[in-house]
Design a binder for this molecule. Structure first.
Ligand code: X2X
Length: 339
């Protein structure tokens, strides 16, 4: 017994020494970049990731969220480059914001590719997701898990939009991929690119008429308070989020800690996906009902109206397919059909 106890003590001390040596190589803080913070699902999923990792590594890995793309001075389209360079350690980032550096990520922005949430899952959890992770990994960034910003719905301060004709001349704020300029130009609108940081004051001053973002952001950013009183549920595209770590940071972690960080990212991703889909689909439309009750005119398209939007943007789809990679787009169409 006595000898057993001594051995146990020695083992504990030994482990303690190894643990301390590892911790000494770790940074005091790892910065997670996001565009959107709490209480949005995007920010909540990043915080969840940090909390799970802190708990499971007994504080060896301390991650902190920096929302508002503040680590790149608000320019969300520079985020991926900064992760690559090691200016940012980790991120939960939108496929839209990283597509200037990774053209393949424009896949999710192809108008009317994904009809429902099941289709998003068929892409991210199938061969398409695997292929995209390989592309990211080839750029010195380690992809760990998928999350979700969500289906991007159209809002504006002028009038209800039921057909492309209703969009004529509307000045619409879009994010930094040129694909969006093509889509909104095809619909007869007048798109203008700006960061999320610049967009919010632009709504308030009416410098722009409208925007497109997931319902979770429309609500939490209180867009009706800045005149965005018309919302069209057209689900023309959705942007998944990707949980990543800079490669050098990743390689500095012990295999045990890598496993913890990866599993926590997968859990946090699922948590954020569930949160963002709640109240906007299936039997639970409580979030949409709440928006209607607040006085916003919510338009749900008839199949005929939807078809007009699909037809008007078909050339954009065709133009971007070769830029994204025809095989990847074919693979995506197959995954969606097969689910
Ligand atoms: O800027 C946006 O619209 C946002 C917050 O949805 C993204 O970062 C893609």
């Amino acid at each position: 017994m006595r000898r057993g106890a001594q051995l146990a003590l020695a083992a504990a001390l030994g482990l303690g020494v190894i643990g301390a040596a590892q911790a000494a190589d770790y940074k005091a803080e790892y910065k997670i970049s996001t565009v959107i913070g709490q209480p949005f699902p995007w920010g909540e999923s990043a915080v969840k990731w940090a909390d799970l990792v802190r708990e499971r590594t007994n504080g060896r890995i301390n991650m902190k969220m920096y929302p508002g793309a503040q680590l790149v001075a608000g320019d969300q389209t520079k985020e991926f480059t900064a992760i690559r360079q090691g200016i940012i350690d980790m991120a939960v980032g939108s496929t839209i914001n990283w597509s200037p550096q990774i053209p393949e990520l424009n896949l999710f922005s192809l108008p009317f590719l994904m009809p429902d949430h099941k289709s998003i899952d068929a892409l991210t959890q199938g061969p398409v997701g695997k292929k995209l992770f390989e592309v990211i990994a080839s750029k010195d960034v380690v992809p760990l898990a998928w999350g979700e910003n969500g289906f991007r719905e159209l809002s504006n301060s002028k009038q209800p939009v039921r057909t492309p004709a209703d969009m004529k001349g509307l000045k619409i704020r879009v994010v930094g991929s040129p694909l969006f300029l093509d889509t909104f130009t095809a619909l007869g609108a007048n798109p203008t690119q700006m960061s999320w940081a610049d967009a919010q004051p632009a709504f308030a001053t009416k410098a722009v008429d409208g925007q497109e973002n997931p319902v979770s952001i429309f609500v939490a950013a209180k867009l009706p308070n800045v005149g965005q009183n018309n919302l069209t549920l057209w689900g023309y595209m959705a942007d998944p989020l990707i949980f990543v770590v800079n490669k050098r940071v990743w390689e500095s972690f012990s295999p045990e800690d890598q496993k913890i960080v990866r599993e926590a990212a997968i859990e946090a991703g699922k948590f954020g996906i569930d949160m963002g889909r709640k109240g906007i689909s299936g039997n639970d439309m409580s979030v949409i009902d709440g928006i209607k009750a607040s006085g916003v005119e919510v338009v749900t398209l008839t199949p005929e109206q939807r078809k007009q939007f699909v037809d008007a943007t078909r050339d954009v789809y065709t133009k971007w397919k070769p830029r994204i990679g025809p095989e990847l787009v074919d693979m995506a169409e197959k995954s969606i059909k097969g689910n």
